[in-house]
Design a protein around this ligand. Structure first.
Ligand code: OAD
Length: 244
């Protein structure tokens, strides 16, 4: 993919790069996005039945099964060229921060050392009542197991609709957003807050915004450069430009 020379110059001169990723970067690993009209998870499933504390209270087994299905997909998925390019990019800047809305763990699997997981992880669990971190028992049944400490049901350690983000993760994301020269937003529809406000905060703090997305988003008009296309191809081209 050919990148605009101005974008390449901006990346090469940046000392601090902050990256925000969304479901689009994992689409090339075979994982569904959320808002794609045909294949997006929220076009096939109702979030209020599956991704809220009320849904879990109402039908814990249904919610548990849905997340077990998603976890199985993630466990079979491999990081793609985009994840790998981002992991390599880390050492090309004086300061580098990777913030993700994804819960699939593919950035870490690709070798990124520090990932700010704003929406948690499908690969971790905690109890519903107190948030005790927990490992899954070996003899896993169909429904959620009980917490060894308090007996309440285990749930995936992801952020559900109506829940607050982890304060420490959000604070680290905001610091990285305020302190960067270039903010790169990749494969996110930029619709879900507070993550969606980070690129706007970066702009307000004087950073240049680069967007990579297959489709236009609310950020597109505000980006200094908007790369329309595959996250994997764009990130490979950016890495090659940094190394070239
Ligand atoms: P969305 O599904 O809302 O957006 C994915 C974006 O990626 C869309 O703009 C697509 O056009 C774009 N896209 C798809 N394939 C791509 C590719 N190969 N290369 C580049 N871009 C591509 O997903 P998110 O923005 O991540 O939250 O959604 C944000 C949050 O909404 C999720 O973290 C999740 C969801 O509800 C929670 O579960 C809390």
């Amino acid at each position: 993919m050919k990148l605009p020379p101005g974008l390449v110059a901006e990346l090469r001169s940046a000392r601090a790069l902050t990256v925000l990723t969304g479901a689009g970067i994992s689409a090339e690993s075979g994982l569904s996005t959320f808002r794609d009209a045909k294949s997006g998870l929220w076009s096939r499933f109702r979030p209020e039945e599956l991704a809220t504390p009320e849904a879990f209270r109402r039908d814990p087994a249904l919610v548990w099964r849905w997340y077990s299905w998603r976890r199985a997909q993630v466990e079979h998925a491999l990081p793609n060229a985009g994840h790998v390019a981002l992991a390599r990019m880390e050492s090309r800047f004086e300061r580098f921060a990777l913030i993700t809305q994804n819960v699939d763990g593919l950035h870490s699997a690709a070798g990124s050392r520090e990932v700010i997981e704003l929406h948690g992880s499908l690969r971790r669990f905690k109890c519903f009542a107190h948030g005790h971190p927990a490992a899954l028992p070996a003899d896993l049944g169909d429904g959620p197991p009980a917490c060894a400490l308090c007996g309440s049901l285990l749930r995936p350690d992801v952020v559900w609709f109506g829940e607050k983000l982890n304060e420490d993760a959000l604070a680290r994301a905001e610091t990285a957003t305020r302190c960067c020269d270039v903010f790169l937003s990749i494969g996110t529809s930029a619709m879900v807050h507070p993550a969606a406000r980070l690129p706007v905060e970066a702009l307000a703090a004087g950073a240049a915004l680069i967007e990579v997305n297959r489709d236009p988003t609310p950020l597109t008009g505000r980006a200094a450069w908007s790369v329309r296309g595959s996250a994997g191809m764009a990130l490979e081209a950016m890495l090659a430009a940094l190394d070239g």
